[in-house]
Design a protein around this ligand. Structure first.
Ligand SMILES: C[S@@+](CC[C@H](N)C(=O)[O-])C[C@H]1O[C@@H](n2cnc3c(N)ncnc32)[C@H](O)[C@@H]1O
Length: 386
């Protein structure tokens, strides 16, 4: 019989995010009552418990993954790496039948051979667990525990991934479209914009529907990760209770009866079909009006609102001229709609020239590792009353 180890009550929780969106994750954490969480190199760290892990995984729209930090130590040799890993009380986190996966990255460090580091980390974990559980071999037939090591400037951080697959995998998008935007980036763009639930919304290049779907879920307060499971849900030493509590809380907070004006259009009928399917799967099928429309025929019908969009970039599928024509046509479409705000992400350096107007603000963001600018054009301010 194995000795039973208890999961610690409190630990450091690390939420990772894409570069440039730390501010949005920070305000999401604040809304979840975790205070002013500092962000360092795309990671936000705060002291929390199992409930915080569950609440972050279920609620966050813009974070990439939620981790538990296990240790931090300096290492420039394999021996130091082994000793640092051995120092962790692994049996407090992992049960004896844990299926252990190890992954990592190294930046500006002497230890850079990732597969060698991976083997050393795993070997040290097994050695420590063997000593703690008093066994010689492990069969790894239980739940999955993904351990990550990050080595930055010879400083090792060991983490336990509680999310499993990245939080952008909400579960509603099952069919692939051309250059879809990640759900987490779509939400970040929306949360950086002036969109709020009473304000009409339109995405004139909606593709498979990601931005309008995320807009509808924000408007109705449907939690980002409500439709999926996370690695921690399978951990018997962590407990289903934390998940159940966070799930019930998120469900209670939903405002599904809100009346919203959300539109998505695209030139391609196949995209619109897909967008409708994804919206139904996301639980917002009846909240978004999708239709086929070439941007050159697009004119907002309501007096004011917000556009957040990810147009063709003219790099892979669409050629440069097609993308540039889209930017010019969007400029024409919005020329007489000065009360509409536009928020648009593109790597095109000449976007403002083609669109025909200087942006009020811009921000550097990355879309699938591609450096882009997020252009802000403010329209009429509305009355936000909640
Ligand atoms: C980068 S993709 C948008 C992907 C979308 N954000 C998603 O997550 O699926 C650009 C979209 O612009 C659409 N498009 C290209 N030319 C267009 C035009 N002239 N008018 C409207 N949509 C157009 C394409 O069909 C494509 O779906």
């Amino acid at each position: 019989m194995y000795k039973k180890y208890d999961f610690p009550d409190k630990f450091d929780i690390v939420v990772t995010c894409a570069s440039g969106v730390e501010k949005v994750v920070k305000s999401e954490l604040k809304r979840l009552d975790y205070g002013e969480v500092p962000a360092v190199n795309g990671a936000l760290t705060f002291l929390g418990d199992k409930n915080a892990v569950a609440r972050c995984n279920i609620n966050l729209r813009t974070g990439d993954r939620v981790y538990i930090k296990l240790a931090e130590f300096p290492a420039t040799t394999f021996d130091e790496l082994f000793a640092g890993v051995l120092d962790v009380s692994w049996a407090s986190y992992l049960p004896a039948d844990a299926k252990i996966l190890v992954n990592g990255k190294s930046v500006k460090s002497k230890l850079f051979a990732l597969s060698a580091c991976q083997s050393i980390v795993k070997k040290a974990i097994i050695e420590k667990m063997g000593a703690q559980y008093r066994v010689n071999g492990f069969y790894e037939q239980g739940s999955t525990y993904q351990i990550e090591f990050w080595i930055f400037k010879d400083q090792v951080t060991l983490l336990l991934n509680t999310s499993g697959a990245g939080l952008h995998k909400r579960g509603y998008r099952d069919l692939v479209w051309i250059a879809p935007i990640k759900e987490t980036l779509a939400s970040s763009l929306l949360l950086l914009s002036d969109f709020y639930w009473q304000r009409p919304f339109h995405d004139p290049f909606c593709g498979s529907g990601t931005i309008p779907i995320e807009a509808a879920r924000i408007a109705l307060n449907i939690a980002g990760g409500i439709g999926r499971k996370f690695d921690f849900c399978e951990w018997e030493n962590f407990g289903q209770d934390a998940y159940n509590l966070a799930f019930t809380e998120a469900k209670d907070n939903e405002k599904r009866d809100r009346k919203v004006e959300i539109f998505g259009t695209d030139i391609d009928a196949k995209a619109i079909k897909l967008a409708k399917r994804h919206a139904i799967q996301a639980g917002v099928g009846d909240k978004i009006k999708f239709s086929v429309c070439d941007v050159k025929n697009f004119r907002p019908t309501l007096p004011c609102g917000t556009i957040v969009t990810n147009p063709p970039y003219g790099e892979r599928v669409y050629d440069r001229e097609e993308a540039e024509a889209c930017y010019k046509n969007l400029g024409k479409a919005l020329k007489d709609s000065i009360d509409w705000s536009l928020f648009l992400i593109t790597p095109a350096k000449n976007f403002e020239k083609l669109y025909g107007k200087r942006a009020d603000r811009e921000r550097k963001l990355y879309n699938s590792n591609k450096e882009c600018k997020y252009y802000y054009y403010y329209g009429k301010k509305g009355d936000k009353n909640d």
